[in-house]
Design a protein around this ligand. Sequence first.
Ligand code: CDP
Ligand code: CDP
Length: 234
Amino acid sequence: MGKIVIAIDGQSGCGKSSTAKAVAKSLGYTYLDSGAMYRAVTYYYLQNPFDLGDAESVSRALENVDIEFRLNPEDGSQLTFLNGENVEAQIRQMEVSKSVSKVAAVKLIREAMVAQQRKLGAAKGVVMDGRDIGSVVFPDAALKVYMTADLETRAKRRLRELSADGGVYSLKEIQKNLAERDKLDSSREESPLVKMEDAVELDTSELKFEDQVNFVIDLARERIEKEETYASKN
Ligand code: CDP
Ligand code: CDP
């Protein structure tokens, strides 16, 4: 079977990463969580504060940031490493969620992350989720999905996840964080979250998880077939 790049973009909590993971597993593709990279830089920033508004200070900090993805030997899930340390749990904390959109709006930081994401996706056979995957990172992706869900549904889903991990948060606090990030991510100057014209919109508010996964898998199979037909004719 041919290999394509699948880009899944959308607001926080609409189901991008869990859907992307399930789609990648089913197709035998690699899943890449671009948000984890922005979260890792944010974690670094919180531990080693630097001036986000000063290019020199940002460049110096970026020289000390080495992000890697490794597979969890126990369950094959993706683990995020920052400078050789497993920071997968730390980057999911609310403290990081509260600052990540501010850090992700910085041009130099985005340029560094996008360059690494393009390298990671160069081999195709990749499902990557984020905010600018279909617009900036892989504008030629064979399949672009733009996911949405209403704010309350997204906040409830995130609360369930964080509570399962032992976190004690209120629905109100989570909803506030999601709304603030939605606003910053969609209004920033550098590669804001937008729905591309060639993206398929998928509202997951009323969907069952497996239905949304199957929807994306069916679309992917269609696009793979189309690419194979095109390749055989040329
Ligand atoms: O999982 P969740 O939807 O909460 O967020 P995420 O995908 O981990 O992304 C965290 C933050 O990173 C987003 O709110 C954006 O500010 C930023 N981000 C971005 O700017 N561009 C991406 N491609 C991915 C994430
Ligand atoms: O990556 P993003 O922030 O867009 O969302 P996520 O991390 O995949 O979180 C969505 C959560 O909602 C996960 O726990 C999913 O299992 C759950 N969920 C969903 O994605 N879609 C549904 N139709 C129902 C639940």
